[in-house]
Write a protein that binds this ligand. Sequence first.
Ligand SMILES: Nc1nc2c(ncn2[C@@H]2O[C@H](COP(=O)(O)OP(=O)(O)O)[C@@H](O)[C@H]2O)c(=O)[nH]1
Ligand SMILES: [Mg+2]
Length: 350
Amino acid sequence: MKTGLIGLPSSGVTTIFCLFCNRNYTDLAFSGKTEVNLGETRVPDSRVDRLADIFKPRKSVYTTIEFADVPVDVDSGGALAASTVNNIRNMDAVAIVIRSFNNPAIPHTRGSVDPLRDLHSILEEALLADLIQVEKKLEKNSKEGRLKGREGQIFTEIKAGLDAMIPIRDQELSSDIRKEISGFRFLTEKPFLVVINTEPGESIPNELEEYLRSAKLSGLPIAGQFELELTALTPEEQGEFLSEIGVSEGGRDRFINLVYRNLDLISFLTYGDDECRAWSLPRGSDAVEAAGRIHSDLARGFIRAEIVNFDEFIQCGASIAAVKKAGKMRMEGKKYLIRDGDMVTILFNI
Ligand SMILES: Nc1nc2c(ncn2[C@@H]2O[C@H](COP(=O)(O)OP(=O)(O)O)[C@@H](O)[C@H]2O)c(=O)[nH]1
Ligand SMILES: [Mg+2]
């Protein structure tokens, strides 16, 4: 799961990247202007901790979210130069960092602080990048006399939506069409999340809140620099400072929750003496897809899945023997839909 962080220069993109990936700002600020900074964060999961207590495995592994701090070409005037667009095409989600903080020492490239204006312009440019790509496809189809073909028709429909400023993700397209176009990696097909980089205690301005609602986007206010400075303190001290500014959880954890909700992800668990581990998966995935997440061999040679949900496991005294004795260990086939917290063992043969 890869998330690209983008924003206008001096909006705090690298600051937010450092906060999310637990990295040092002075090491990265310079590279973040010219090349992509890559990092990742572990998704906290107390169920993995609990399983590790019980099974005492050699290692515990958490699922991770990868981040890319994508530099923006200042000279292009806009936010999304070709290089930026290409960098975010490979991402599963895009987080747009917009500047709401007022720091006189760091002048805004557009002369004033106006988060709604900045968000508008980035969204518009993303839409435009898709429109250009679709028009190129249509031109090619037209030259080859295939405008009435399947691809030509799909792109004509998508272009009409983009002309009406509707991002591809909000266009009414069948799931078949969505599958067919997924290879083109359009920007506005991807989930967009908005990080509003604020001063501590500042809330989202009303008009921005309203706009986010109307555009069906989730916005998360984070006091980027303030929170990054807090990371030098103990977790207890961090908690105290955060509650002083009316925040119950750090920006990184709030962002992870937002990603899970927005992308509708769940986690399933694997366990044993060797490894206890959490894996992320889109809700609605079946047992074969879960097997494939672990290893393609497991999907290929899938026979069945042995499943107990974590909560049932705990109710049975956290004992697999007790789960089996109570008849709570289920044998599921390929089509079984994995639930959040399912403890999964794949039986396979290749
Ligand atoms: N006051 C304040 N300054 C910030 C905040 N976030 C970033 N900055 C400062 O703004 C400057 C640019 O930040 P940076 O993360 O490098 O922005 P980028 O160009 O978008 O990657 C740095 O000097 C930061 O210290 C913030 O939340 N509040
Ligand atoms: Mg930067």
